[in-house]
Design a binder for this molecule. Structure first.
Ligand SMILES: NC(=O)c1ccc[n+]([C@@H]2O[C@H](COP(=O)([O-])OP(=O)(O)OC[C@H]3O[C@@H](n4cnc5c(N)ncnc54)[C@H](O)[C@@H]3O)[C@@H](O)[C@H]2O)c1
Length: 332
């Protein structure tokens, strides 16, 4: 592996996980950070011995010569930070989820990275969770026959934890394209600045139904009645796979060929470290990241289609032509 100099944009909670993930990779050095909150900026620079730190990421990108930039700010900044980082001469960008807050932003991010030959990855690190990787393997080995139905749920809102849930469903279905989406959301509390997304609006609960081109159907459920376990079920013609069942094993399956539940052995993996290693490999092998910007856009489109379906009270065919955020429009 070559040498990589990294700059972090947004030095809050998740940025510290990114630093830890990089610390296990040789020849990677976090050299700088940009953070608007001066106290956080100084503490971050001190904790990780940064050579420099900046209030503005424009200045950081202008003055530093970086190979990688990690965008760890709140969602509305992702678009501007990624586009500017892409034009600054970096080789790769790891942008936290959600990729963007609407499809117009996502398309411009993809274009900026394409034009500058920059590898863009989105922080959907659950793609590297051993139980999810194994579940996908079992699905592809047809251990439960033909895949029919996927179901996933989690707490919080669609653009927050839902970004992972939809991405994990897409991953389990081998990133097949969705044909249409139907959804409903509840906006009783008109949430603004919910948890670590102070610049966003958020729904209270969401239900989405996705129909994929390969005939697989999926249901995603977010909000207060959905526990935080990233729980998934995959139903096939001959069996079922459960992922992250509360108080159960992280993976189990049952089929017409098994005598009750089978709990497979899992390889250990640090998903956060794996997503950074994958970014460097994608650069060096001149290929897309497993969680590429394009894959991230697919998930974002499904989320936007759930909002649009709720707004328009009909199913939404993909690709959808609405490029702004229907949830924001509804909340106005
Ligand atoms: N992949 C995951 O599992 C995961 C987990 C947590 C958070 N996240 C994502 O990471 C992002 C950040 O979340 P967090 O929990 O770290 O939030 P946070 O509030 O702890 O940190 C974000 C930081 O960005 C800074 N910031 C905001 N605008 C900025 C700007 N223009 N320039 C420089 N700094 C700026 C804020 O001051 C703050 O310190 C969110 O998009 C969130 O969804 C992902």
């Amino acid at each position: 592996m070559g040498n990589y100099k990294v700059g972090i944009i947004g030095c809050g909670g998740i940025a510290r996980d990114h630093v830890r993930a990089y610390s296990k990779i040789p020849n990677v050095e976090i050299i700088t950070g940009a953070e608007v909150d001066s106290e956080r900026r100084e503490k971050f620079a001190e904790d990780y011995n940064l050579k420099t730190s900046y209030e503005s990421y424009d200045e950081m990108l202008d003055k530093e010569s970086l190979d990688l930039v990690n965008v760890c700010t709140w969602p509305k900044t992702h678009y501007d930070a990624v586009c500017k980082a892409a034009c600054s001469g970096v080789k790769g960008i790891m942008c936290e989820k959600p990729m963007a807050t609407n499809l117009d932003e996502a398309d411009k991010m993809l274009e900026a990275c394409r034009e500058n030959n920059v590898r863009l990855a989105i922080g959907h690190h659950h793609r590297f969770d051993p139980q999810l990787v194994k579940a996908k393997e079992l699905i592809n080995e047809k251990v439960i026959g033909e895949l029919v139905l996927l179901w996933g749920h989690c707490s919080l809102d669609l653009l927050n934890n839902g970004s992972h849930v939809v991405d994990m469903i897409n991953f389990l279905n081998n990133d097949q394209e969705a044909k249409w989406v139907m959804g409903q959301i509840d906006t009783r509390n008109k949430r603004k600045g919910y948890v670590n997304h102070p610049d966003m609006v958020a729904e209270d609960m969401a239900l989405g139904r996705i129909f994929y081109k390969n005939g697989v159907r999926a249901t995603v459920e977010l909000g207060e009645f959905a526990p935080q376990t990233w729980q998934f079920h995959a139903v096939g013609t001959d069996g079922i796979i459960d992922v992250n069942v509360p108080d159960g094993p992280s993976l189990r399956y049952m089929s017409t060929d098994t005598n009750g539940w089978v709990v497979p052995e899992l390889e250990s993996c640090d998903p956060r470290n794996a997503e950074m290693v994958e970014l460097i490999k994608a650069i060096e092998e001149d290929r897309e990241h497993i969680s590429s910007g394009k894959v991230g856009r697919n998930g974002l489109e499904i989320i936007m289609a759930v909002f649009e379906s709720s707004r328009s009270r009909r199913l939404v065919e993909l690709p959808m032509d609405v490029k702004d955020n229907p949830l924001e429009n509804m909340m106005k």
